[in-house]
Design a protein around this ligand. Structure first.
Ligand code: PHE
Length: 370
């Protein structure tokens, strides 16, 4: 029995003294490996008499268990030490900036449209919509364009090939056909709750949307965006039109007041017609609204022509109205300073990263809406 105690003490000392896992493995093989000292003792049990086995058996098994437990404990300790050493040697630099996250941006045109819609919503306007592919009646005839008006020529308008009935559809050249659709579409349920129903007067709608013309230079693109406005009520006059546009412009450019001027103009569907210009200064290379001695044209407008009212089934002796049509992209350029309109639709993500807006921003800080 004393042999066992000595052997156990010797093995435990060697286990404790193993400096690394390799040394520990050597001890393990010499103790409990196939040809190890403890294994030899276990084997010797087979040759003993039953009495001898009864006394030696438990002692040898206890020896084996003690040694195996000591080896497992030492191995765990060595592994923990090795991990601590590795952690102490390696350095994690938490000050390194994380790789940039690519986020999407709101296109300036959509941002400007949202801002415009928010302001007009506060002024009591509802939304109306119409199709991009129009017919001659809504785009031209009902709006009092004479049959040979130059805007009907292929020079300005994208026409489709004639259909079986000979009718040529077209890409709408302005959002004004939605004036006609809104006035004529009575008793039709609107496509969405926030879209104004086709209605008898009074009418107060805005129409944001895409429009198309054969045009391409720094200030024109074949596809562009307009925001139309239409108000029909009793006793409406130019004063209402001027107040509405001036109020909108001051809000949009976030100014207390802006100086605007109305220049006489011609549109077949309004009488009188005007273009409104806003005071600006372009001398420093960038546009400053509300300063300087220059004028920038921003909106076509006028009083709805009596013939248009009649074409839409509204009695011009009972009802009057005004209409206006903004170039949305152009207005965005004036507010946010994009130099070339064509870049707006070139789908260059670098341009969008520069001029785009956070999708989480409120539509317009000046409007009080969020
Ligand atoms: N539809 C006109 C255009 O595209 C703008 C406009 C709209 C003018 C409404 C008067 C009234 O140029």
């Amino acid at each position: 029995m004393t042999d066992y105690t000595t052997l156990q003490a010797d093995l435990l000392r060697r286990v404790e003294g193993a400096a690394d896992t390799a040394a520990l493995e050597t001890v393990r093989v010499e103790a409990v490996g196939k040809a190890g000292a403890v294994s030899a003792l276990l084997k010797s049990l087979g040759t003993m008499s039953p009495e001898a086995r009864r006394t030696h058996g438990p002692a040898i098994n206890a020896l084996r268990d003690r040694v195996a437990a000591a080896i497992a404990a030492r191995r765990a300790a060595l592994e923990a030490e090795a991990l601590d050493a590795r952690l102490a040697a390696g350095r994690l630099d938490l000050s390194l900036p994380a790789p940039p996250r690519r986020t999407g941006a709101v296109h300036p045109t959509m941002q400007v449209m949202d801002e415009m819609v928010a302001i007009f919503a506060e002024l009591g306007f509802s939304l109306a919509e119409g199709p991009d592919i129009e017919d001659d009646f809504h785009n031209f005839t009902a709006l009092n364009f004479p049959p040979r008006h130059p805007a009907r020529e292929t020079h300005d308008t994208f026409f489709f090939a004639p259909g079986p009935d000979g009718e040529r559809k077209l890409l709408r050249t302005h959002t004004s056909p939605v004036q006609v659709r809104t006035m004529r579409r009575t008793n039709t349920p609107p496509p969405a709750p926030w879209i104004a129903a086709g209605q008898a007067p009074p009418i107060r709608v805005i129409v944001p949307g895409r429009t198309y013309r054969r045009d391409s230079d720094a200030t024109h693109t074949p596809m562009f965006h307009q925001l139309e406005g239409l108000v029909i009520d009793r006793g409406i006059h130019m004063g209402h039109l001027k107040w509405t546009l001036n109020t909108f412009i001051a809000r949009f450019f976030e100014l207390q007041s802006v100086v605007t001027r109305f220049r006489p103009h011609h549109f077949p569907f309004t009488e009188p017609s005007a273009e409104m210009d806003v005071q600006c200064d372009t001398s420093g290379g960038e546009v400053r609204i509300g300063q300087g001695h220059e004028w920038s044209e921003i909106v076509g407008c006028g009083m709805v022509h009596p013939k248009v009212l009649r074409n839409c089934g509204i009695d011009p002796d009972a009802w009057q109205g005004f209409a206006f049509g903004f170039g949305v992209d152009r207005l965005g350029r004036l507010k946010y300073g994009m130099p070339d309109l064509r870049d707006m639709f070139a789908s260059d993500v670098r341009w969008l990263a520069h001029y785009g807006f956070s999708p989480f921003a409120a539509p317009n800080p000046a409007s009080g809406l969020s």
